[in-house]
Ligand binder design. Structure first.
Ligand code: PA5
Length: 445
């Protein structure tokens, strides 16, 4: 099995989970038959068997064109419009991918923009890219998201200055709604190549559409293997046999722990390659679950780095959390600790030992310490870190998140809460139409 869920350290009896199996089956039926709340955003559920083959081959052609024409690809998007691509690319390339020589990478450098409102970030990125050949992929379903729209203005101007309007046209790739929105309108007017985010797939569930696939393919990652993993997830995680369905087990485990009084789930990884998988996971569960005063607060920590900071809080702080650990079973590297004749730091007892084997002991030692400290631990084992397994893992989390939302009694496919900050920001920026709120907020500040 490429993904396995181990409950041995979760302080939950399997029988406790099985007692709630009927409830889970009902949630699963609503999800798979698309009859539950938010069902207009369930296109991702059976997307693995609904692929638009023409769109898929256009993505591959565009990725090839980007590879041939660019030193660097700038992906502009925020939230679900960038985190999936960033997560998969970070997981499957070297931690120093952008610094590697082109012959080694065999694909352009990948930068992200429009995921913050920092002038310094945009300014420095534009300066860095001044003498490089650049392509841009703008990803926005609505087409009006402030962060990405601001960034795109800069990069459109940058490309038009460098290559002229016609040259820029060949370097701009748009991923947006099929027929509506400002970005679609602009793309049609300017003649940019466009890819579609289906109506019934929301941002954080869109990694397997062009949103994720175009930048992932441009980075030279095998998207056929990636979607094959997604398809296997679609098939395996329908298995009604609870013992053989790690996705069902994970969904119920987090719900049972939530009902027992835990309100924070900490996702733990032990390799920097997985840091952005954790960031993507945080967005998926945070935006999906946190509604009506309910939901587990998703936190990510990166060990062993954060054992020297957050480790203290997890071990000895209030016991309101549990950990879910992502472990890659296959070793990532062969390098071994060096011998030193002086041995001043007393490290020679490790000489000749693989770094990965030491990391494994760090994981096991931490697991037992945290369990002894009263922190339940569930472990998600990935057999290896490759495109296939990541495709399956992403589907695993998406499905568990949908199931969990239904178990919680919330709509896991909307995000009404994120509108509050936008309304205030627009009012404070004096956006036309917000005049009354502008006066009210300015009086409060
Ligand atoms: O998951 C979501 O739906 C959100 O995080 C969106 O992806 C994010 O707000 C960006 O929206 P858009 O793609 O419309 O620019």
């Amino acid at each position: 099995m490429s993904i396995h869920f181990d409950l041995s350290y979760a302080n939950i009896k399997l029988s406790e989970l099985k007692n709630r199996f009927d409830e889970l089956s009902l949630a699963n039926e609503k999800l798979m038959k698309k009859t539950g709340i938010g069902n207009d955003f369930l296109g991702w559920v059976d997307y693995p068997v609904q692929y638009d083959e023409r769109e898929f081959s256009r993505i591959k052609q565009a990725a090839k064109k980007i590879q041939e024409n660019c030193d660097a690809l700038v992906v502009i998007g925020i939230g679900g419009s960038y985190l999936g691509a960033k997560a998969v690319i970070s997981a499957l390339t070297s931690p120093f991918y952008n610094e590697e020589p082109r012959v080694k990478r065999n694909a352009p450098k990948i930068y992200f923009a429009g995921q913050n409102i920092s002038g310094k970030y945009i300014e420095n990125l534009l300066a860095l890219l001044e003498d490089q050949d650049v392509c841009v992929n703008v990803v926005s379903k609505s087409g009006t998201t402030t962060e990405s729209a601001i960034a795109f203005r800069f990069f459109k101007e940058f490309l038009e200055r460098k290559y002229g309007k016609d040259g820029a046209k060949d370097r701009i790739f748009i991923t947006t709604d099929a027929s509506k929105g400002a970005l679609k309108f602009m793309a049609t007017k300017e003649g940019y190549e466009c890819f579609v985010i289906p109506d019934d797939i929301g941002g954080r569930y869109s990694v397997f559409t062009a949103v994720g696939l175009l930048p992932i393919a441009a980075a030279g990652i095998d998207i056929d293997a990636f979607i094959a993993g997604e398809k296997e997830g679609y098939e395996d995680y329908q298995n009604p046999n609870f013992d053989d369905n790690p996705c069902f087990q994970y969904a119920l485990y987090r719900n049972v722990l939530y009902n027992s009084g835990k309100n924070i789930e900490i996702l733990v990884d032990y390799d920097p390659s997985l840091e952005y998988i954790s960031e993507w996971w945080k967005q998926l569960f945070g935006e999906s679950d946190g509604k009506d005063g309910k939901g587990l607060f998703p936190v990510a920590v990166h060990f062993s780095t954060d054992l020297h900071s957050m480790g203290q809080m997890i071990q000895d702080g209030p016991k309101n959390h549990f950990e879910t650990v992502l472990v890659i079973d296959e070793e990532q590297s062969e390098i071994k600790v060096l011998h030193d004749d002086a041995d001043l730091e007393g490290l020679n007892y490790l000489a000749g030992k693989k770094i990965d084997a030491i990391n494994e002991k760090a994981f096991k030692g931490t697991l037992l310490a945290h369990v002894d400290g009263g922190v339940p631990n569930g472990i998600i084992h990935l057999k290896k870190l490759d495109a296939f397994t990541l495709g399956k893992l992403i589907y695993f989390f998406e499905k568990a998140c949908g199931l969990d939302g239904y178990l919680l009694g919330v709509n896991p496919f909307n995000q009404p809460g994120v509108e509050a900050y936008k309304k205030n920001m627009f009012a404070l920026l004096h956006k036309p139409g917000y005049e009354a709120l502008t006066t009210e907020l300015e009086e409060r500040l």
